[in-house]
Each structure stands twice: as structure tokens, then as C-alpha cells.
Design a protein around this ligand. Structure first.
Ligand code: FE2
Ligand code: FE2
Length: 167
């Protein structure tokens, strides 16, 4: 089902479609983070990725709860956006020789992921509220806060020395 296919008729359909999209994305992130942990040199960066892996696993479960609240079983729909961000990250990482430059590249890739997630959860929360589902909005909001915090943590790790050491 493409985003503009005729299967999406109502806001409710759009909400569920986007849940399926972010469900796919979160599961891809759970698969990608261990590799990023393995590549990171900075201990600070590695532990930030490890912490966010735990959070991301929990975000998958939180989405399953939202599906249930909608009377749907959890389903994924391919999200070409997250596939592109992760593929690009892998391509860039394989091109970087210097370890500290690699850390800077990993941070940039991870921040692209977080920004994607922030935009998706922002829309989902607005739509849940419009649909009168404040219960779903509240759960999704917990994830949004974690994504924003992960993004800020990455900024502070970059500013605390990763970028300078790489320069
Ligand atoms: Fe996430
Ligand atoms: Fe995230």
C-alpha cells in the first residue's frame, strides 16, 4: 500500500498507515543500532547508542499497544525513507577510514534518524488528538520525548569533542 494509494480514505486510515510505517522504521532501527554500537569509537557515543537501543525496543512495544488500542494487529509497511537513511549511513560509514571521523558520521546518521522519527511522531500525535484518541496521543508522546532527548544527547556528544577530535 503506497502512501497515496486509494486504500487510505479517512484520517483513521492515514493514522494506521503511518503507525505501520513507523513500526517498520523502529524495527529497522533495532536492527541497525547494534552495528552502529560496534563501529562507534567514543565510549560516550557507544553508551548513548546502547541506551537508545533499549528505548527503541520499548518503543516497538509501545506501538504494539497503540495498534491494540485501535483494534488492529501490529503490521509493518515498508518505509523507504528510513531504508534510505540507514542505507546512506552504511554507505558513508564504509567509506570513512579515520575512527574519529567515523564517529562524526555515525552521529550525523543517527540524528537524521531521530529527526525523521520526531516528524513522524509529531504528525501521529496531532492526528490521534484530532481523532479524539488522547490515550494514543499520550503514549506516542512518551516516545516523541525519548527521540528528542536522544537527538539532544547526540548534539552534546558531538559538541563535547567528537567533531573537534575529528577535525
Ligand atoms: Fe524510535
Ligand atoms: Fe530514535
Amino acid at each position: 500500500m503506497g502512501l497515496f494509494s486509494k486504500d487510505i480514505k479517512t484520517m483513521d486510515d492515514l493514522f494506521v498507515h503511518t503507525l505501520e510505517d513507523i513500526y517498520y522504521a523502529e524495527k529497522r532501527i533495532v536492527g541497525a543500532l547494534p552495528e552502529m554500537i560496534g563501529k562507534a569509537t567514543s565510549p560516550q557515543l557507544r553508551s548513548a547508542f546502547e541506551a537508545h537501543l533499549g528505548e527503541t525496543r520499548n518503543q516497538v512495544r509501545r506501538l504494539e499497544q497503540v495498534f491494540q488500542m485501535q483494534g488492529k494487529s501490529p503490521k509493518s509497511v515498508t518505509c523507504p525513507a528510513i531504508d534510505g537513511i540507514i542505507d546512506e549511513a552504511n554507505d558513508v560509514a564504509s567509506e570513512v577510514a579515520d575512527k574519529t571521523v567515523l564517529d562524526a558520521a555515525l552521529i550525523a546518521a543517527a540524528q537524521a534518524v531521530e529527526h525523521y522519527e520526531v516528524s513522524r511522531y509529531g504528525s501521529l500525535i496531532a492526528w490521534a488528538k484530532a481523532l479524539g484518541r488522547n490515550d494514543c496521543a499520550q503514549l506516542l508522546h512518551q516516545t516523541l520525548e525519548e527521540e528528542k532527548a536522544a537527538d539532544e544527547k547526540l548534539t552534546s556528544i558531538a559538541e563535547s569533542g567528537v567533531n573537534r577530535r575529528a577535525a
